[in-house]
Design a protein around this ligand. Structure first.
Ligand SMILES: Cc1cc2nc3c(=O)[nH]c(=O)nc-3n(C[C@H](O)[C@H](O)[C@H](O)COP(=O)(O)O)c2cc1C
Length: 193
């Protein structure tokens, strides 16, 4: 069995001064403190991700056993992102609010991990998520839109996507309410409980 992980995903376009990155990192390290048997798997989607295109969609809609080498190759990176999710016990997604929504690279990540028969499946009763026994922490930063308000499509959307792939244990952390000067590894406990 593969080693379980804490999957930390950053998506802010800023690498310095980013609230979501700093709070997300604190959440991850606190989780690691409480779960020393896990390892961190880090992915910074702001460094760039491919967008799904005609070749990708065609390969994805080809049944597993009919995919040729080219189709398998096209789906390779998406498969890797899916396996990162499957291996995660905890998923920490740090997202800024860009124009009322998640950054485009984080949406690219969502497009690459939402895979029928891998992370969800269609049933008579509609789609069902296939990921089990995971908890997600959604660390959201905004400039003015109050987190949890009707205009906060970021937490609504990410929560919906998590549930869509089977992750219903979700905690939303409003990064704008965290005092970074006060926050240390030792008092970060409240973030993860
Ligand atoms: C391109 C861009 C668009 C933004 N759009 C919004 C917005 O629609 N609503 C909002 O409340 N804040 C908006 N902001 C502010 C950011 O959400 C805020 O600065 C947040 O702290 C960014 O996350 P970070 O600190 O992790 O980089 C925007 C910032 C940028 C750079």
């Amino acid at each position: 069995m593969k080693q379980m992980t804490i999957l930390q995903i950053d998506s802010s376009g800023r690498t310095t001064g980013s609230l979501s990155r700093q709070v997300g990192q604190m959440v991850t390290h606190r989780l690691l403190q409480e779960n020393p048997n896990l390892i961190i798997n880090y992915r910074d989607v702001a460094q760039g991700l491919p967008l799904i295109d005609e070749k990708w969609i065609s390969a994805n809609f080809t049944p597993f056993d009919q995919r040729d080498d080219q189709a398998k190759d096209v789906l390779g990176f998406s498969d890797k992102l899916v396996s990162e999710l499957q291996q995660a016990k905890y998923i920490v997604i740090a997202s800024p609010t860009y124009n009322f929504n998640i950054p485009a690279y984080l949406k690219a990540w969502v497009d690459l991990i939402a895979r029928a028969k891998l992370t969800f499946e269609y049933t008579e009763n509609g789609p069902v998520g296939l990921l089990k026994d995971k908890k997600a922490y959604l660390v959201i930063a905004s400039g003015g839109v109050p987190i949890g308000s009707d205009a906060d499509f970021v937490s609504q959307y990410l929560k919906h996507i998590m549930s869509f792939v089977g992750i219903t244990d979700v905690k939303i952390i409003d990064a704008t309410k965290i005092d970074l000067e006060e926050l240390t590894q030792n008092n970060a406990e409240a973030l993860v409980t």
